[in-house]
Design a protein around this ligand. Structure first.
Ligand code: CTP
Length: 363
């Protein structure tokens, strides 16, 4: 029995990139051999075990063959005569198909090191297409490593185009798409995720409403938001900002977007130019739509993102000041004066409108 470090940890170690997880492959063993050494079995469909002390994942070397549609249609072989090379051959990208033995030597049967040095994301074999989620993974790796100069190999792009055109993406569960998308949004170059998916028509196949709204200006703003370290919900909202509200709602529901991401995206897609707010009531409505009192961070996000999307918008400072001023209005002071019920609501509203007028918001 021999164990090897595999997958992302080998890749990121060689790249000098930080990694947080180590996965291991065990060759020449039966499940009983690991159970005898107090490993704990976690995989249902194939034998994956947790190390008794490190709790890292150890999988028996296996091959996988597609036998039907969707995620359960795999036949898996994990007999002790499966070699390390067999196991590495079922993996998605050459840079993910290297192993390190306990002497620190790299086993690299599919040219991963060469592709790593040349910054190429290339599939290992045609079996890549047996798992369409891999298209999203490639796009996510592009988002992670774009600043290092990584690009998708021509033959991999061609394969991804064919997979998109064949309708294979429709078998991926929406929840898995959201997980990949959200991870990609947190990467250093999230715009590259969208560019790769647009280039292979995957986004057209998955969410036909979205590609027309992902124009260069929007992608540049997503990139800028990442440069400014804005959080993933804001990056997502910016990516949705050129959709109309109805389309944005459809997209968020199809994507099973988290509530916080969908909430912000819908407000961004409402796309209210401040110059069109003609009176104080409309200013108050905008502030309330952003829940300015309870969620100040969302209004800040909107202001920061609008600065990127509409640089000529010159009333953002006024919006910020208006929100800060209205947050200082304390209901307790009105209650102390004897207001309550609907009267209290009316008095507070009148006070807010008076402040907005003083600030010269409504014209
Ligand atoms: N893998 C694959 N196809 C998938 C998922 C995973 O071939 N759809 C293989 C790859 O060899 C990958 C390894 O399983 O390197 C581990 O997968 P995972 O932990 O999901 O990804 P990492 O490559 O480790 O990347 P990350 O840094 O994002 O965890």
């Amino acid at each position: 029995m021999k164990t090897y470090l595999v997958g992302g940890a080998v890749r990121d170690k060689l790249l000098g990139y930080p990694f947080h997880e180590r996965d291991w492959v065990v060759v020449g063993a039966l499940p009983e051999d690991l159970l005898k050494q107090d490993f704990q079995q976690v995989g249902k469909d194939f034998p994956v075990f947790l190390h008794p002390s490190s709790k890292e994942e150890y999988a028996l070397a296996r091959t996988e063959r597609k036998s039907g549609a969707g995620y359960h249609g795999f036949v898996c072989d994990f007999s002790p005569n499966i070699t390390l090379e067999d196991d590495l051959s079922r993996r998605d990208l050459t840079i993910n198909a290297m192993a390190e033995d306990d002497n620190g030597d790299i086993i690299d049967p599919y040219g991963g090191m060469n592709d790593l040095n040349n910054h190429i994301l290339r599939h290992v074999s045609p079996a890549f297409s047996e798992d369409p989620l891999r298209i999203l993974r490639v796009a996510r790796f592009a988002a992670r490593y774009a600043h290092l100069g990584f690009t998708v190999a021509k033959e991999t792009k061609d394969l991804m185009c064919a997979m998109s055109d064949n309708g294979e993406l429709s078998t991926i569960a929406a929840e898995r798409i959201w997980v990949e998308l959200y991870k990609a949004l947190k990467e250093q170059s999230p715009a590259a995720f969208f560019t790769v998916l647009l280039d292979c028509r995957a986004l057209h196949a998955l969410f036909p409403l979205w590609p027309p709204a992902l124009n260069t200006a929007v992608l540049d703003s997503v990139a800028r938001a990442a440069d400014l370290n804005m959080d993933a919900d804001i990056r997502f909202a910016i990516a949705c900002s050129a959709l109309n509200v109805d389309h944005c709602k459809i997209l968020c529901s199809e994507l099973r977007a988290s509530n916080s991401a969908a909430w912000l995206a819908e407000r961004f897609s409402a796309n209210i130019p401040l110059s069109s707010l003609s009176n104080n009531e409309e200013w108050l409505a905008l502030l309330e739509a952003f829940d300015y009192a309870r969620r100040p961070q969302h209004l800040e996000a909107f202001i920061a993102a609008t600065t990127l999307l509409i640089p000529e918008e010159d009333r953002l400072g006024q919006l910020q000041l208006a929100a800060a001023t209205l947050r200082d209005i304390k209901p307790a002071e009105f209650i102390a004066q004897g207001f309550n019920g609907p009267e209290l609501g009316r008095a507070l509203r009148a006070e807010k409108i008076r402040h907005l007028a003083e600030l010269g918001c409504g014209v």
